[in-house]
Design a protein around this ligand. Structure first.
Ligand SMILES: CC(C)(COP(=O)(O)OP(=O)(O)OC[C@H]1O[C@@H](n2cnc3c(N)ncnc32)[C@H](O)[C@@H]1OP(=O)(O)O)[C@@H](O)C(=O)NCCC(=O)NCCS
Length: 316
């Protein structure tokens, strides 16, 4: 089975599995990234091993390891799990040469289409966990009506006086989500978040919203509309894509309809902007966000399998 045949079969399988996935193209192996290949009987796996690094003074560093190794896959044939297992073993050898064992600020990440579970057992066997999903909600998705909103909930755009509130709510979200694998707590978090919120507040169209319950600010919503959210188009088969960056409700106000009211507000803004789908990331093991987003009409599109550190510390 040659490289083109693997890419073609991979693309056909993904299209059949999920009509919202973008068309899968052959891997671009013209750069300096490492290409790994395994062929066995009628099955084949190709992986492109890449490395990205960001500085700790970027706010994205709160949501990832500073150094991230990724393996982008194409799988084909009747034994995709077996060839993926061999490919992961090849990647492990490669990682052993390029990543420091036991370094917490490194991660190995494989992003898989959620509805193409081929090889999931092999990922588990190699120490990966499904940590986060990119979830999708088509604009015409009918969601079950949520809980009745508290009568005192009011949603308003955030203003300059809300920087401290927004940073506090963002920080609570990071703390809560940190237990589920997708967050990198850093000492500079408050500064990074304040800088981001400050930038957000300079926009003419509000993207940051506060929910108040009887005058107390208890909920935070942040969204990206096209064209700002156009970066997300490569993950989904849709023209106009919105991205919901943040939703958080203070602990004292949870389970009383504030989150549903903020989500309904976001969906109204996305509808007004004519988006076909909305995407958002959430931690799979988060016992609040996973059921909440399902009830709001979202379902997994891409699953992020992560092993952190990328290379485990050597055992004594
Ligand atoms: C996830 C989160 C934003 C939800 O906000 P919330 O204000 O608690 O949500 P709501 O009260 O509007 O909705 C949740 C409740 O409504 C119920 N509900 C949801 N849809 C419903 C429906 N269709 N019919 C009846 N009840 C429904 C849920 O069962 C839940 O109640 P429960 O907690 O008693 O089980 C909030 O819990 C939170 O901030 N969690 C911590 C941080 C976090 O995980 N943020 C999301 C990161 S992506």
């Amino acid at each position: 089975m040659n490289t083109d045949a693997i890419a073609t079969e991979h693309a056909a399988r993904l299209s059949a599995a999920d009509s919202l996935l973008p068309l899968s193209e052959p891997l671009d192996n013209t750069g300096e990234d490492t290409v790994l290949e395994v062929r066995k009987d009628d099955s084949g796996a190709i992986g492109l091993a890449t490395r990205s690094e960001i500085a700790a003074d970027f706010s994205d560093s709160l949501w990832r390891a500073l150094i991230e190794h990724r393996l982008t896959l194409r799988l084909a044939g009747p034994q995709p799990g077996e060839v993926l297992g061999d490919l992961l073993a090849l990647w492990n050898s490669h990682l052993a040469e390029v990543a420091a064992p036991g370094d917490w600020d490194t991660a190995a990440v494989v992003v898989r289409p959620s509805r193409d579970p081929a090889g999931s057992a092999e990922l588990l066997r190699h120490g990966f966990a499904p940590v986060r999903v990119l979830a999708v909600r088509p604009a015409d998705r009918l969601a079950a009506p949520g809980p009745a909103a508290e009568p005192g909930v009011r949603i308003r755009p955030a203003g300059q006086d809300d920087i401290d509130t927004a940073v506090r709510l963002h920080t609570e979200l990071l703390r809560y989500d940190a237990d589920f694998g997708g967050v990198s707590p850093r000492e500079t978090a408050a500064e990074l978040l304040a800088a981001d919120v400050g930038k957000e507040l300079t926009r003419t169209n509000p993207t940051l919203w506060i929910a108040e319950l009887y005058g107390g600010p208890l909920g935070l919503l942040q969204i990206q509309l096209p064209p700002e959210s156009d970066w997300a188009r490569r993950y989904v088969r849709a023209e106009r894509v919105g991205y919901l960056s943040t939703l958080h409700v203070a602990e004292a106000a949870r389970s009383s309809g504030v989150g549903s009211a903020l989500a309904a507000h976001a969906h109204q803004l996305f509808d007004e902007a004519g988006t076909d789908v909305v995407l958002l990331h959430h931690a799979l093991a988060n016992p609040r966000s996973t059921p909440f987003w399902c009830a709001q009409g979202y379902r997994p599109l891409w699953t992020y399998w992560q092993r952190r550190p990328a290379v485990p510390a050597a055992s004594l």
